[in-house]
Design a protein around this ligand. Structure first.
Ligand code: ZN
Length: 523
């Protein structure tokens, strides 16, 4: 929208302009065709564009991004070089955020990447026609998804943001907390050295100890994951490299990622691998969500190729037997709900950005959810079914959100019973990762249960935000249970999760807004 040139939006706009200047037939055609058909045409156009583009050209990407530099200077931070990080631990960074769920681990061998593996599905534009139907079999959900594909992330625009903030339970304090958090994150952007423009979970090296509670040393060089976690809250608040108060911060962060992605290909399909070093797919999933959101929000053509290439690697990495994701691409080990959650969100963000998401990838995700879901899909386990929602609460919350995005209606018994499970668990002050997902599920579901959960979570977060000099605007959760993100990713991860929770009112368009009648008639 902001940058027309060869973007999808300009193609659509041309068609509609033509209609307005007298081609009524075409105009009515556009009104009459279902949204999925428009979506398909857009996907085919993207496909054609991609076919003639060279994806693996980071220099070009960097040039285009640099060209949109507004000339504003980022916040002044002392120079930081990654040499200050203890390199002794870095080789261990493989398991970046693997322990975000405290379930028993299986050991698995790291597989070599099969770069020669063809990916027929993503290469075939025909498959795209079924995607909307696959994503959303029910009428209401289809309508929601269709409106999202045309509006994408309009919820983050200034006016819509205000409206949704009011409507879904945000307030001045929560919004002020978001602003302070963005400030803290921006002050911890790396200046200089190999990490220039990125972030590290050892944020204390950037601020020279002005605040503490860094992540574990072994994740010090998980720059991709840290940078994605740092930037997601900016996008969530509508701050991009083209709009808002942090254009330069976001631009430098995107540039860092564009430099750091590893171009690769599979059977001629261009891909970009965003795993950190020898690290796992969590980093890649986070970066893919970020790039897809950034592209969907700005339609900056410079971002289309990296976003699609990252998505391609996500699809390539999917476990061919169970349809989920684990730590390594095409892992033969059973997939887990935590890793799968990030990648399903990546597919959803790609879909909203009119990028190519093969239906097979979505179908695979649904298969995996069936595999770990029990009690009609109201409870989810980590790698297997469990009998109680309290066995792995974060997994239940992740599973339910994935179900909402892959087509389950609000009235589905799995959603209904699942929401009751989350309501029973309530706000878990020792598990911000659980709250991050539970808040999204309950907000989409809406009603009095959301109101109650939201007030408690919102006010707890607002009151818990640091007011101490040096760490103002950040969060730290000392009571956090082990293996829940904040311990591994430290204050930066905690702040990212807390900020995105306080953006929940407007970060995504409400899924069930059209049939949320219980808000008028409380049960
Ligand atoms: Zn600091």
């Amino acid at each position: 929208m902001v940058n027309p040139s060869p973007s999808v939006a300009s193609v659509n706009d041309d068609a509609i302009d033509g209609a307005e200047s007298g081609h009524f037939r075409h105009f009515f055609l556009f009104q009459a065709v279902p949204a999925w058909l428009v979506s398909m045409l857009v996907h085919v156009l993207v496909f054609v564009l991609l076919g003639i583009m060279t994806i693996a050209d980071p220099v070009k990407i960097i040039n285009v991004l640099t060209a949109s530099n507004t000339g504003e200077d980022g916040p002044e931070i002392e120079e930081f070089t990654i040499k200050e990080v203890d390199p002794g631990e870095v080789a261990e960074s493989e398991e970046l955020s693997e322990p975000m769920v405290d379930m028993p681990e299986t050991t698995e061998n790291v597989e070599p990447m099969e770069v020669a593996m063809p990916m027929e599905v993503a290469m075939s534009p025909v498959d795209v026609t079924d995607f909307a139907a696959d994503m959303a079999p029910s009428g209401a959900a289809l309508q929601s998804l269709a409106s999202m594909t045309s509006q994408s992330f309009n919820s983050r625009s200034v006016d819509m943001k205000k409206k949704l903030l009011r409507e879904y339970g945000g307030n001045e304090s929560s919004e002020s907390a978001v602003n302070k958090a963005l400030k803290w994150i921006s002050l911890h952007q790396v200046n200089g050295g190999d990490g220039d423009g990125g972030w590290t979970f050892q944020h204390n090296l950037v601020c020279r100890g002005a605040c503490g509670d860094p992540g574990e040393a072994q994740y010090a060089k998980s720059f991709n994951a840290a940078t994605a976690m740092a930037l997601l809250p900016f996008l969530g608040a509508g701050q991009t490299h083209l709009a808002g108060d942090y254009k330069e911060t976001v631009r430098r962060g995107l540039l860092f990622l564009a430099r750091n992605g590893k171009p690769t290909n599979s059977g001629g399909l261009q891909m970009m691998d965003f795993r950190d070093g020898a690290g796992n797919l969590y980093s890649h999933g986070l970066v893919t969500i970020l790039l897809c959101e950034a592209y969907a929000m700005t339609e900056d053509p410079a971002l289309m190729a990296p976003a699609q290439a990252a998505l391609n690697f996500t699809c390539y990495s999917q476990n061919p037997s169970d349809g989920g994701w684990r730590y390594t691409p095409r892992s033969t080990a059973v997939s887990d709900t935590s890793a799968t959650g990030w990648h399903v969100m990546a597919l959803k963000s790609g879909y909203m950005g009119h990028l190519i998401v093969p239906p097979a990838a979505v179908k695979g995700s649904i298969n995996f959810l069936d595999r770990v879901g029990s009690n009609q899909g109201s409870i989810y386990g980590y790698t297997d079914k469990v009998t109680s929602a309290t066995s792995a609460p974060a997994c239940t919350a992740i599973g339910l959100l994935c179900r909402m995005y892959t087509g389950w209606d609000k009235t589905h018994p799995g959603i209904q019973a699942g929401v009751k499970n989350l309501v029973k668990i309530g706000v878990n002050k020792k598990d911000i990762y659980y709250n991050y997902y539970a808040a999204q599920v309950l907000r989409h579901y809406g009603g009095p249960d959301w109101d109650k959960y939201n007030v408690e979570l919102r006010d707890w977060l607002v009151q818990g935000q640091s007011t101490t000099t040096g760490s103002v605007g950040s969060w730290h959760f000392p009571d956090s249970q082990s293996h829940r993100g904040p311990l591994e990713g430290g204050r930066l991860a905690s702040t990212s999760f807390a900020t995105m929770i306080l953006e929940v009112y407007y970060r995504h368009m409400p899924l069930y807004a059209n049939n949320a009648s219980e808000e008028d008639f409380p049960l």
